[in-house]
Design a protein around this ligand. Structure first.
Ligand code: NAD
Ligand code: FE2
Length: 385
């Protein structure tokens, strides 16, 4: 089967190898004439990025690049991007890169016309209604990792450097107008980035599926996303040039972000403070926490996990699922304990207090208070399941 398609859900998606060549048309469809391409310094230096800028030039599109975006972007990155957007007279953003660049790009497009500070738009209640929706610039999103699914999401994650907290900024109009999912753009990812980002997609599907809310649409997307991860993540990690595995992982990433409209949970609630304090890779941090959270949630999710295990071709039991998660982690080089992320116990108490306050905590199937978060953190520190 050719892994190619034009989808109009959850936004307009042009999916398939080589489709980055359609960027000029995508910009036109999004109503963008003078785009600012937002990326990170590593992707900025890659040949594929120069190729994209050359193509835009050849198509007569005056684009500029902004690349002052760090992994786990901070508020100052968005501020600098907004200055570049305004200074260059841009009318839209090409968000190009991994989740960090995609989120920063989406936030530049969102914030350029707002008067309130970015933290006023955190994903809390109806805070998003505080934004002037008429002043949100359009975005064309182009992922170069396969994990966050930010290319099909209405939220962006940014660290508040004053409080060392990762904040989720939400607005329905932050959804990219057009997304180009070109699996060829992901072949340059080193194995550990492939593994970490892929485990983020997995964590999104898993936590969405396990969330305690009624949302069968999300559940259906999530279970197929987990199946794609099972069939393809180890392949893509072992052989970065396996374009079939790359394509399926790119689809799984978009599916994870679509499904997590339902819920995320303790994996993300713990990963966010750890990422904010230690600047660890988000997906890899999720991957470390995953089995400990599965065990912590076991009583509430066992029945669901048995069904999921059967669907993805494992023997229908919680233990078979857990064993597979552990084997996958080993196969793709995910550390078993937090020490592998250079995280020790010195901030355990602080992280345990921060986790229940993360907006994702409310989606965990077992209530997550500080004591519960501490017990999961300690288990991940000691490597005890
Ligand atoms: N918006 C959302 O819904 C959402 C969901 C989950 C995570 N996030 C956020 O996304 C960020 C993580 O994104 P990520 O996991 O994609 O990592 P990332 O964007 O930080 O990228 C990781 C590394 O890979 C490099 N890279 C990117 N594409 C590459 C390629 N094709 N070849 C070689 N190297 C490449 C980057 O330069 C970077 O060094 C975190 O800030 C996280 O909190 C957002
Ligand atoms: Fe995530």
């Amino acid at each position: 089967m050719q892994l190619r398609g034009n989808w109009n859900f959850p936004t307009t998606v042009r999916f398939g190898n080589g489709r980055i060549g359609e960027l000029p048309e995508a910009l036109k469809a999004a109503g963008i004439a003078r785009p600012l391409l937002v990326t990170d310094p590593t992707v900025a230096k890659m040949a594929m990025t120069a190729g994209v800028l050359d193509k835009l030039k050849a198509a007569g599109i005056a684009a500029a690049m902004f690349s002052d975006v760090q992994p786990n972007p901070v508020g100052a990155n968005v501020k600098a991007g907004v200055a570049a957007f305004k200074g260059g007279g841009h009318d839209g953003v090409i968000a190009f890169g991994g989740g960090s660049a995609l989120d920063a790009g989406k936030l530049v497009a969102f914030m350029h016309g707002q008067t309130r500070p970015i933290w006023d738009f955190e994903d809390v209640g109806d805070w998003w209604t505080r934004a002037d929706a008429a002043k949100i610039a359009p975005v064309v999103a182009v992922p170069t990792t396969a994990g966050t699914g930010s290319e099909v999401g209405r939220a962006a994650v940014v660290t508040n450097e004053a409080t060392h907290t990762k904040k989720i900024i939400f607005h329905p109009a932050m959804m990219p107008k057009v997304t180009i999912c070109d699996p060829e753009l992901t072949v340059g990812m080193p194995p550990i980035v492939t593994a970490g980002t892929g485990m983020d997609a997995f964590a999104h599907c898993l936590e969405a599926y396990c969330g305690p809310f009624y949302h069968p649409l999300a559940d259906g997307i999530a279970v197929e996303g987990v199946r794609l991860v099972k069939e393809n993540l180890a392949r893509a990690t072992a052989n970065g040039g396996d374009l079939e595995a790359r394509a399926h992982m790119m689809a799984a990433a978009a599916m994870g972000a679509t499904a997590f409209q339902k819920a995320l949970g303790a994996i993300h609630a713990l990963s966010h403070p750890v990422g904010a304090l230690y600047n660890t890779h988000h997906g890899l941090t999720n991957a470390v926490f995953m089995p400990y959270v599965l065990v912590f949630n076991r009583a509430a999710i066992e029945e669901k996990i048995v069904r999921l295990a059967a669907y993805i071709g494992l023997s229908p039991s919680f233990d078979a699922f857990l064993d597979w998660v552990l084997a996958l982690r080993r196969a793709i080089g995910v550390p078993h304990t937090l020490a592998g992320l250079k995280v020790d116990g010195r901030d355990a108490e602080r992280i345990a207090r921060m986790a229940p306050e993360d907006p994702t905590a409310g989606g965990n199937p077992v209530p997550l208070d500080a004591a519960a978060a501490r017990s999961i953190f300690d288990a991940a520190l000691a490597g005890v399941l």
